[in-house]
Design a binder for this molecule. Structure first.
Ligand SMILES: Nc1ncnc2c1ncn2[C@@H]1O[C@H](COP(=O)(O)OP(=O)(O)O)[C@@H](O)[C@H]1O
Ligand SMILES: [Mg+2]
Length: 265
């Protein structure tokens, strides 16, 4: 293994990950590492294997091959529950909530101490739910305090993504993976998320973010991993990735419309 980052003490080390569906290689020998306190962006056209990669890492899909090491612990093939308990919590591209339950109750279920399924992150890592104060603090953190007692049905698509982020934060995991947090989200929520991410980065939280919004990636990522047709096309700092012709070609070859280019504050 030639890459220094893979040999070091990265918080997350993914090596040779592969996953096929009916003979189609959705993820093909993908390796990358995530440093503690960094934001790693996973980008690539639709269908390039981003979600499947994190499904394999987070225990929602079993990889055919490869190794996943989290904080020195081998979590390859571990269940989603075990992975979450080991400190890796993720959100989903299509966030689901209990529409009739209040935000506070949705978050209470997500935070543990409930036998109910937690559709926000599917993680259940605690024995006891936190106090209402702690729940409210996290709802406030993502800017949804006005709605905390309202049924989650009233939340917009973007606000549901904010609630899912709160559901990861309340578990205080070592690493948070967000699957397309900005897709379908209006500009004001994008601004909120961008500011919140700044604050979380200054707390040295560690993120892996799948995102098509290239300005957002350039603004926030320390390291970018580019997938194309299941394979790693390249990786590096945002400036290097942005300057690489192969990356734009990969997007245009897929569907150029994937790339959002509006400015991020
Ligand atoms: N559960 C599944 N069954 C069959 N094919 C799948 C499944 N999940 C993903 N795929 C296929 O794997 C490839 C990668 O998908 P995905 O990981 O969702 O890409 P991305 O998140 O980059 O858009 C696509 O061709 C997709 O159709
Ligand atoms: Mg996806």
């Amino acid at each position: 293994m030639a890459e220094a980052s893979v040999m070091g003490t990265s918080l997350l080390q993914v090596t040779g990950l592969s996953k096929s569906f009916a003979g189609i290689k959705a993820v093909d020998d993908v390796s990358f590492s995530v440093e503690a306190g960094s934001v790693t962006a996973l980008i690539g056209p639709n269908g390039s294997g981003k979600s499947t990669t994190i499904d394999c890492i987070s225990g929602f899909t079993k990889a055919d091959a490869g190794r996943v090491i989290l904080a020195g612990k081998d979590i390859t093939g571990a269940s989603a529950h075990t992975v979450a308990a080991s400190g890796l919590v993720r959100t989903f591209q299509n966030v689901r909530v209990y529409e009739r339950f209040s935000l506070r109750d949705n978050l209470r279920i997500a935070a543990g101490g409930s036998a109910a399924t937690n559709p926000l992150t599917f993680a259940r890592v605690r024995e006891k739910a936190p106090s209402s104060e702690i729940l409210d603090e996290h709802i406030e953190r993502v800017g949804l305090q006005r709605y905390r007692e309202a049924p989650a049905a009233i939340l917009s698509y973007g606000q549901r993504k904010l609630l899912a982020l709160a559901a990861t934060l309340i578990l205080n995991p070592a690493i948070i993976i967000l699957d397309e947090p900005l897709a379908g989200v209006n500009p004001s929520v994008i601004r909120d998320l961008s500011r919140l991410l700044d604050a979380l980065k200054s707390e040295r939280r560690t993120f892996v973010i799948i995102e098509h919004n290239i300005p957002f990636v350039m603004r926030h990522a320390d390291h970018v991993v580019v997938l194309e047709a299941g394979r790693k096309l390249m990786e590096g700092p945002p400036v290097t990735v942005r300057a690489d012709e192969r990356v734009m070609r990969a997007y245009l070859g897929g569907s150029g419309s994937d790339v959002a280019t509006e400015k991020v504050p």
